[in-house]
Each structure stands twice: as structure tokens, then as C-alpha cells.
Write a protein that binds this ligand. Structure first.
Ligand code: TNX
Length: 514
């Protein structure tokens, strides 16, 4: 029952689009392959979105696209709904089993005069493709082509898939607490640039941020402080699940981190039996920025039964296969205790069905080849772990830390590892950063944002943007295609999006912002 009434007949007439160039659109991350065909698709009131019915998740991707199109253009496009005049120009999101779509996040976009076809094997792939489509929609409509405004999308093909499987940013919600809405806003922007992971640093010396029902003092006591003396805060389990679900709708996994055996002052303050007396500093409310003075007692069985409860509760709320145990800077834990601790905690994490991730120091222990090591400081640790079969997440402080200042006069941030101007943050390769590390061992890239010096969205965004946009490209786009001069032009053109999202990005002088 496809009716074509007057408005539709009108749209069917040949439209004389201006010549377009799909390869000239400022896409970030840059797709693997773009083939322009110089014509266009006119997105307008007569466009309808249809999705494959084989996987219900595809319809959600269609709904997401519809919402975003509404936000950008004001057009209210139905998804899988038949109304008389909307069947002329279609955006079809199709579940395809094509072998070219082997990567779970791969997609193909075919943009023609009368249709846009998005092929993906998985809803995640379709979702990544939707981000490309969002970026292809111009800010301004052309109001002279037909009797209705059309947003002119250049025609052609895009074949795309990520280089690295794990493309992550970390947010430290422990040094300063960030509200659920602040976290969601960050997730929104990460999704737009095709990140698939947000690692949440949920616990540290200055605060404990996740409700644990079996050990309520963790938040009642440990959640009430933060760096600088503010009131802290924590996520109830309902709030944490809400963040997890919000991220999942954007095909982003939340990787929870409970940092231990060091960085545990807030936990030991809540439950003093955890504290390694005689090694670590006596727990008290800490609002300073020091590191390396706290430790759990690795010798006590009660510590491990506590961890069994806590890891169990967090794991049961976290659909991601990963659980991050921290493991960094345990400077007052005896080395033998540290090793014992990591090995025992790995078993607990596995018992709760998760794969352990830890900062690179965990490679000093005999960890399982299935566990993952996150390089932040010591390349030797990454090499050692890789030899034992582990996959590595690349996040060197000198290149990828979002909390490093841009330069000596930039606001917020630290500079113990480096100053990281926007070009330096972009001009390195996660696949070759650690000399001798085989590519097969590289799981992905992460850009961590530690929050000693930031406490709200505006400050977070000042450090994260624009650099996090560059790390998105380093994780997605093949190394041969990475080029600063080309990238910085595309970066400049992100301004309308960043302004629309009210992102307080750092206006680096290295970029000719449009
Ligand atoms: C080192 S990097 C830390 C964090 C700090 C950060 C500040 C790492 C694994 N540990 O505890 O917040 O430096 O840049």
C-alpha cells in the first residue's frame, strides 16, 4: 500500500544537485575507502528510515539516527512506519552477511540519488556507520532545489572498518566526582567519533564512587570526599546501570576499574581491616594529589572475601567482558605481596566471568595469557606480558594522557609525563609505539583522563577536546592514512558539532578553526 501523493510526485522529479565530492567531507575518523560519484542524496521531509527486521537492535540504530537527524535538521523522519508521502527517498539500514563485513564494527555506505543503503553485519557496525552518516549531513539545507529544504549528502560509497578493536577513553571519577549527566555527555561525544569503550576509574585514594550493597560504608564513608575538599559523591547501583545502558545504546562498553592494592585509601578508611598496617600510611580523608602511599593487606583472607563480594557486585552490573583491577603505583606494597595479590585477584575476576585488565605493573606477576595489560609507563612490562600471550592496550602517558597540559600556559592538567600539544597527541602510532611489540598483541588504544585538576564538564572538555578526537582516528584509521595536515583541516570543521554540543574545547592555535 505505497501511495505517492502530490508531494511525493513532486520529489520524484529529477533534482539538479550541484556537483559533490564525498571524499572532501571532513569525516573523523577517516574511513578506509571513499569513492565519490559526484551526485547527491537529498535528505528532506520525504525521507524515510527503514531497518532490517532480522535483528531488533537494527531498529534501535534507526531510531537513534532519526533522533539525531531531528536534532540537526528539525526533520522528523519515521522509522519503519509507512506514511503516504514518505516512501520516496529511503535510508535503509540493512543486516548483511557479506564477507566484506567480517569485522564486527565494519559497515558499507552506498549513497545514491534516491537511497542510502547502510550495510552491516552487526548493530554495532550499523551504529558506527550512522556516525559517518551524521557527519555527512551538512549544517545548512539547500532551499532552492525543490519546494522543500533538502540537506544535500554527497553520493558515493564508503567501505569502512576499524584498525583496532578496543578504542577507549578513561574518565577518573574518583579524584573528582562527575554526575551521571556529565558522564553521559562525554559518552555522546565519544560515540560520535566511534569510540567503543569508556573505562571508568571508580575508586582511588580520594574517593569511592560505586555503591556496593554488601559493604555500604565504601560509599557512606569513602564516597564523601574528593581532591580539593569538595563533597565527592557516588553512583547508586541504579545510576551505574543507567550509565551502562546509556553507553550500550551507543555500542560503547563500560569497563569498570577498582584500583588496587594501592590507590585504596578511601576503601581502607571505610573498612580499616583492609589496610596494610606497617606498610601503608594510616587511612584518613585525603583531598591532596599524592599517589603511592596506600595499600590493601595482601596477606589477609578477609581482604579476598571482601574483594569477592565487591568484584562480584560490580561484575554483575557490567555486561562488558572486562574488569580492570588497577594495579598501578602500589609503591608501599611489598613486591612479593603485590605479586601474590594480583595473582589472587585475577582468579576472583575470572570466577566472576570476567577478563582481568590491569595497568602495566601487573605484568610483574604471573598472569594468565588471557589477561590484558594496559601500557601507561613501562614498555618492558608490555613486552613481557605479550610474550606470555597477553593483549596490550596502548595508553602511554607521554602521548595519550588527556590530563597532560597542552603547553606550559594552558589551564588545567598536569605535566609530569609531558606537555601534549594537539599535533603531538596525533603524530604517533599505537601500533609501533612499543618497539618489538607484535601487532597481533595490540588490543587497542586508550586515552585516560585523570581528574586531579578538573571537576566539571567544562574543565573535562577543555582537556579532552580536541585531543580525544585525534585518538579516535589513531584507533580507527589505518596508519598509512594518518596525516596531520589533512587531519587538522578536518578537525577545524568539527566546530559546528562541538558548538552544538556546547563542548568547551581548547582552541589550540595549531588549528585554523573555522
Ligand atoms: C599516574 S597513570 C597515575 C594516576 C594519576 C596520573 C596523573 C596511572 C596508572 N596512575 O594515579 O592520576 O598519573 O597524571
Amino acid at each position: 500500500a505505497v501511495l505517492c501523493i502530490a508531494a511525493c510526485e513532486e520529489q520524484k522529479k529529477e533534482i539538479n544537485f550541484p556537483k559533490t565530492d564525498l571524499s572532501a567531507v571532513a569525516l573523523i575518523p577517516k574511513p578506509v575507502k571513499t569513492i565519490p560519484t559526484n551526485s547527491a542524496f537529498g535528505l528532506g521531509a520525504g525521507t524515510a528510515i527503514y531497518t532490517s527486521t532480522t535483528d531488533p537492535e537494527f531498529e534501535k540504530v534507526g531510531q537513534f539516527l532519526s533522533e539525531k537527524i531531528k536534532g540537526k535538521t528539525g526533520l522528523d523522519l519515521g522509522v519503519n512506519s509507512t506514511t503516504e508521502n514518505t516512501l520516496e527517498r529511503l535510508i535503509y539500514i540493512n543486516q548483511s552477511d557479506s564477507e566484506e563485513l567480517d569485522n564486527p564494527e565494519a559497515y558499507q555506505l552506498y549513497i545514491k540519488k534516491d537511497s542510502i543503503l547502510l550495510n552491516a553485519k552487526t548493530a554495532a557496525g550499523a551504529f558506527r556507520g550512522i556516525q559517518t552518516l551524521r557527519q555527512l549531513i551538512p549544517e545548512q539545507s539547500n532551499d532552492t532545489l525543490t519546494d522543500q529544504p533538502l540537506w544535500v549528502i554527497p553520493s558515493g560509497k564508503i567501505m569502512d572498518a576499524p584498525k583496532l578493536a578496543y578504542r577507549s577513553s578513561m574518565l577518573d571519577v574518583a579524584r573528582h566526582f562527575f554526575t551521571v549527566d556529565e558522564v553521559k555527555k562525554y559518552i555522546d561525544i565519544l560515540a560520535y567519533y566511534k569510540y567503543n569503550t569508556l573505562h571508568m576509574h571508580l575508586t582511588d585514594d580520594q574517593g569511592w564512587r560505586i555503591e556496593i550493597k554488601s559493604w555500604p560504608k565504601l560509599t557512606e564513608v569513602g564516597g564523601q570526599s574528593e581532591v580539593g575538599g569538595g563533597e565527592g559523591g557516588f553512583y547508586s547501583q541504579e545510576e551505574y546501570k543507567d550509565i551502562v545502558a546509556y553507553a550500550a545504546e551507543r555500542h560503547i562498553q563500560i569497563v569498570p576499574e577498582m584500583d588496587m592494592p594501592g590507590h585504596t585509601n578511601s576503601a581502607s578508611l571505610s573498612y580499616p581491616f583492609l589496610h596494610a598496617a606497617g606498610q601503608a600510611e594510616t587511612p584518613r580523608v585525603r583531598t591532596d594529589m599524592k599517589v603511592g602511599y596506600s595499600s590493601f593487606d595482601a596477606q589477609k583472607d578477609t581482604v579476598y572475601s571482601f574483594l569477592d563480594d565487591v568484584i562480584g557486585e560490580i561484575a554483575s552490573m557490567s555486561p562488558s567482558p572486562y574488569f580492570h583491577i588497577g594495579g598501578d603505583e602500589s609503591h608501599v606494597t611489598k613486591k612479593s605481596d603485590y605479586i601474590l595479590f594480583v595473582e589472587k585477584v585475577e582468579k576472583i575476576v575470572q570466577k566472576h566471568g570476567k577478563i582481568m585488565i590491569g595497568w602495566d605493573e601487573i605484568a610483574q606477576a604471573k598472569i594468565d595469557g588471557s589477561s590484558i595489560v594496559q601500557l601507561w609507563n613501562e614498555p618492558e612490562h608490555a613486552l613481557k606480558a605479550a610474550e606470555n600471550g597477553s593483549k596490550i592496550i596502548i595508553s602511554p602517558a607521554k602521548k595519550a594522557y588527556l590530563d597532560m597540559q597542552y603547553d606550559s600556559i594552558s589551564e588545567y592538567g598536569l605535566h609530569w609525563a609531558a606537555y601534549i600539544p594537539v599535533d603531538v597527541g596525533y603524530q604517533w602510532d599505537p601500533e609501533t609505539y612499543v618497539e618489538g611489540l607484535p601487532k597481533e598483541n595490540i588490543l587497542g588504544i586508550e586515552a585516560p583522563l585523570w581528574s586531579e585538576t578538573i571537576s566539571n564538564s567544562a574543565e573535562l572538555e577543555y582537556l579532552a577536546f580536541p585531543r580525544a578526537i585525534g585518538y579516535a582516528e589513531l584507533g580507527w584509521t589505518s596508519s598509512e592514512q594518518l596525516n596531520w595536515d589533512d587531519y587538522k583541516e578536518r578537525l577545524a570543521k568539527q566546530v559546528p558539532y562541538l558548538e552544538k554540543m556546547n563542548v568547551n574545547y581548547y582552541p589550540s592555535k595549531l588549528i585554523d578553526w573555522k
